[in-house]
Design a protein. Structure first.
Lengths: 450, 247
């Protein structure tokens, strides 16, 4: 009876998906929602049928990119993937992927709020919990709430192994009551800073509640931390990155250490935050027993995920689209940007749809002060273009250089007229979708994405 | 007029900074600097006391529950008497979101009661309902400000706050939830002590209010030089529009 019900529900969901596609809607989770309404156990049933099991990735920052790298690695290990590629990462999107795709291994990025519910259904071999930045607070309430939910995931009998970022104290503490947590982290202190950035979360020692001290900050609150009273701090890492070279907007490389073995890894993505993403994917793959060779090859083959640091050519000019959505990520993008010597025309697009976060206060926590001395015009667009322009003014950008143009088409034209060597667009999520469409219509060959 | 200066105390900037409270301080500092008003920001952290003679404006932001709990205990132990004395001296005290709750008498959670400083006549209870989240616009009536001047911002709070013992609201809700989603009241004001749930942050979206705070903190007679506020006024309009109100 159960399997008949699942088969009928599955058929209905696929038919709905086909109809939606015919109607021109890109909705990737609607068919999944139909499936779940008709067969509430569909995720558990479909997941249990995956021959090589599944793995789950969650984080506030970088889960789509991390999943994309992990997918490359798993394919090189011979897996036929069932993978929610489009970033539809709640129950509906995962049900849709399980229903539409055929494979032997499931790789799912899961929304941080849905993680606890979905691991019970998916029963993954490994769960990667990569970071917790203050993100989309208006949707979920506070970070503490997500942390409490994730603590349950860490000790859940439905989970085979947990893979944790040792450099995030909020994440590392999830492993304190677990025997077999696999930790990863950055070992190269030269790429860090002794001082915290403004948007940094405060984390406390779980034993004495004193704030952790840091010898190095890498990205936001990720770093080398310790308890001043001598309680356990950053755990020992099994998978690590050392000798990191980040070179401007294009790429980065690092030495990947797995157990006692070391390899040089080349990554076609910029910035320390992407080194973390690659490291996370490597640690996850290692926890699944994937060979070192497949891990290195997969990292080298990975290209930027949809909208996350894409490069494309517009009218013969190099252009980049780099998603921004919260202070920590934005700070890293700005840091990468200001380290790049090429002259650039900068377009920043701030929308406030639900997918962007309705609350735009976060722009005041991001260090736009890094742009104060850039000396070139900056175009602000999106539904909250004015507030973005105001933020730049108080960051010390010369008001004469701040152009506010809410209409994205006009703003893009103005930015393209700037005459710099390169166009850089920093959009929030829904703005990224609009920018991409506009650029394609302006003649950026779609094949040139990624 | 004597050379004007604004001495700001930012309380617990490491713990209570959740909704970009830094933006509020940045606006106060910049708007003083542009007018050649000397301004100075002092971070006052855990364990430190407040010398009421040293500050014209004291700022308290919001944080996660755990941080707020630690700061509440510290406020009572180390800062309560300084805050009360500063308020009596006429200093401006501004509490936003969690800071607003801590200026009140208490904050009741499911199984505990966090004592507040008690300089605003409000009490807060963590309601069973959903968090009150969204854009909000409030009509105020402040001495020396334009009548019915609007404050626009964003709110995100689980606590329901109620005026008690003759407490007066900062303003009336035009759009949004305000203190508890039902009373139509937002914030609380007692003289120069002000609490509100509005962030966004508050002052970038409402430069008139930033100037009102500066003028009030410096002294009632202070006339602030006008600034080129084209972008500020447009941002205020945009924040009002986001709440569904004409600014």
């Amino acid at each position: 009876m159960n399997s008949l019900r699942l088969a009928l529900a599955s058929f209905a969901a696929r038919a709905a998906g086909a109809l939606l596609r015919l109607a021109g809607s890109g909705g990737t989770s609607a068919p999944g929602k139909i499936l779940l309404a008709l067969a509430p156990k569909a995720i558990a049933q479909r997941s249990a049928a995956l021959e090589r099991g599944c793995a789950v990735i969650s984080a506030t920052n970088g889960k789509t990119t991390t999943s994309a790298i992990a997918a490359q690695i798993m394919q090189r290990d011979g897996a036929a993937l069932v993978h929610n590629r489009a970033g539809a990462n709640m129950a509906g999107g995962i049900a849709a992927a399980l229903n539409d795709q055929h494979g032997d291994f499931g790789l799912f990025e899961v929304d941080e709020f849905w993680l606890a519910m979905l691991v019970d259904e998916l029963r993954p071999r490994s769960v990667l919990m990569a970071n917790l930045f203050r993100d989309q607070l208006d949707r979920y309430g506070e970070l503490d709430e997500i942390n409490a939910r994730w603590s349950k995931v860490a000790i859940s009998p439905a989970v085979g192994q947990i893979v944790l970022n040792a450099d995030d104290p909020l994440i590392a503490s999830l492993g304190s009551d677990v025997d077999a947590a696999l930790y990863y982290g950055i070992e190269d202190e030269t790429v860090g800073s002794e001082h915290a950035q403004h948007a940094t979360e405060q984390a406390c020692c779980p034993i004495c509640a004193e704030q952790f001290s840091y010898s190095r900050y890498f990205v936001g609150h990720l770093g080398h931390y310790y308890c001043a009273k001598g309680h356990p701090g950053r755990p020992k890492v099994e998978v690590s990155a050392s000798e990191i070279a980040t070179s401007g907007l294009g790429s980065s490389s690092f030495t990947l250490n797995i157990g006692g073995r070391s390899y040089r890894a080349e990554l076609a993505m910029p910035g320390l935050y992407n080194v973390y993403n690659a490291l996370a994917a490597a640690a996850l793959a290692n926890s699944l027993g994937v060979s070192d060779e497949a891990i290195i090859a997969g990292i080298a083959a990975a290209s930027p995920a949809f909208g996350r640091a894409e490069s494309l050519s517009v009218g013969g000019r190099e252009s980049s689209i780099i998603l921004i959505k919260n202070p920590a990520g934005t700070n890293e993008v700005l840091r990468t940007l200001t380290s790049d010597r090429a002259s650039r025309d900068l377009l920043i697009v701030l929308n406030d749809q639900i997918a962007d976060g309705r609350d735009i206060s976060w722009i005041w926590d991001a260090d736009f002060e890094q742009l104060a001395d850039s000396g070139r015009p900056i175009t602000c667009s999106g539904s909250r273009a004015v507030e973005l322009g105001l933020r730049l003014k108080y960051a010390g950008v010369d008001p004469e250089l701040i152009r506010v143009e809410a209409d994205l088409r006009e703003a893009l034209a103005a930015a393209l007229d700037g005459g710099g060597e390169r166009l850089v667009v920093l959009p929030t999520y829904t703005a990224m979708l609009e920018v991409r469409e506009l650029l394609v219509s302006r003649g950026a060959a779609e094949g040139s994405f990624g | 007029m004597a050379k004007a200066r604004l001495r700001i105390a930012a309380l617990y900037p490491e713990q209570l900074n959740i909704y970009a409270d830094r933006g509020n301080i940045a606006v106060l500092e910049s708007r003083c600097r542009w007018r050649s008003i000397e301004s100075h920001v002092t971070a006052v952290g855990l364990g430190e006391t407040i010398d009421p003679e040293r500050f014209d404006l004291i700022y308290l932001g919001g944080g996660q529950d755990d941080d707020q709990r630690r700061c509440a205990a510290d406020l009572l132990e180390h800062k309560r008497s300084g805050l009360i004395a500063a308020a009596a001296n006429g200093a401006v005290l501004l509490g936003i979101c969690g800071g607003y709750q801590l200026f009140g008498h208490w904050y009741e959670l499911a199984d505990e009661r966090i004592e507040g400083v008690g300089i605003l006549n409000v009490e807060t209870v963590r309601g069973k309902g959903p968090r009150l989240i969204g854009n909000v616009a409030v009509e105020t009536s402040l001495p020396g400000a334009s009548p019915r001047a609007v404050l626009a911002g964003f709110e995100n709070h689980g606590g329901r706050t109620r005026l008690i013992g003759g407490g007066a609201p900062l303003g009336r809700v035009i759009k949004g939830n305000g203190n508890d989603g039902v009373s139509g009241e937002e914030g609380c004001r007692d003289g120069n002590v002000i609490g509100t749930y509005l962030h966004g942050p508050l002052l970038p979206a409402n430069c008139w209010f930033a100037d009102w705070l500066i003028a009030t903190a410096i002294g009632a007679s202070a006339e602030l030089a006008p600034l080129d506020d084209a972008l500020e006024l447009a941002a205020h309009k945009a924040a009002c529009a986001a709440a569904g109100v004409n600014g």
